[in-house]
Design a protein around this ligand. Structure first.
Ligand code: GRF
Length: 196
């Protein structure tokens, strides 16, 4: 069976959805590894609770980004990972991972890209007075939320929304959309072609 890894730095509610979907059966891949750059984050507690192997190191413990990513790459390859799924991973990927997994890395962002890229997308949305926002799943390239989009879904914004209330609505859509889109991608392309 195909295998994927989830990268997370925060609460890991999207990770939780992948844990649930893969434990139900019918999902086309195994969740083989959770990678985090924040060893104390709640996403790791979720992974450990579910018995998913983790790679959790502070990048500052490595001489440079290349060394950090080579260590991740060894883990990914040892576990036969074909797809990298970023879910709240708060770090730009470097050339080591981007080259090794070109075309097989996806991210979810809480806006209708290209609107409101980068950090604090929800704050930017409210600040702009937008009445509609959404969620974008996209391939990852070297830019900040610039890779080709795969799927988008709209989420309404209320005039009295706070970042927290909007985040809750956005998460509901993310939790429905992300596992479904990742499952479709993996069904279409279960093996990383350069490993054939
Ligand atoms: C999500 O809203 C995602 O769009 C963004 O980071 C958030 C992660 O949330 N990239 P969680 O850690 O999965 O709860």
């Amino acid at each position: 069976m195909s295998a994927f890894a989830v990268f997370a730095s925060g609460s890991g509610s999207n990770l939780q959805r992948f844990i649930e979907e893969t434990s139900l059966g019918g999902f086309p891949a195994t969740l083989a590894l959770v990678v985090s750059d924040r060893p104390g984050c709640y996403a790791l507690a979720r992974a450990k609770q579910a018995g998913i192997p983790v790679f959790a190191f502070n990048p500052k413990d490595f001489p440079d980004k290349g060394a950090y990513e080579r260590a991740i790459l060894r883990e990914l390859r040892a576990r036969g990972v074909a797809w990298i799924v970023l879910a709240g991973y708060m770090r730009l990927l470097g050339s080591t991972l981007l080259k090794a997994y070109q075309g097989y890395i996806v991210n979810i962002h809480p806006s209708l890209l290209p609107a409101f890229p980068g950090k604090d997308a929800l704050g930017q949305t409210i600040q702009a007075g937008a009445s509609m926002t959404g969620v974008t799943i996209h391939f990852v390239d070297e830019g900040i939320d610039t890779g080709p989009p795969i799927a988008q879904a709209c989420v309404p914004v209320s005039p009295d929304d706070s970042v927290e209330s909007l985040a809750e609505r956005i998460h509901t859509t993310e939790h429905r959309l992300y596992p479904a889109v990742v499952a479709d991608l993996i069904r279409f392309c279960p093996v990383y072609l350069s490993t054939l």
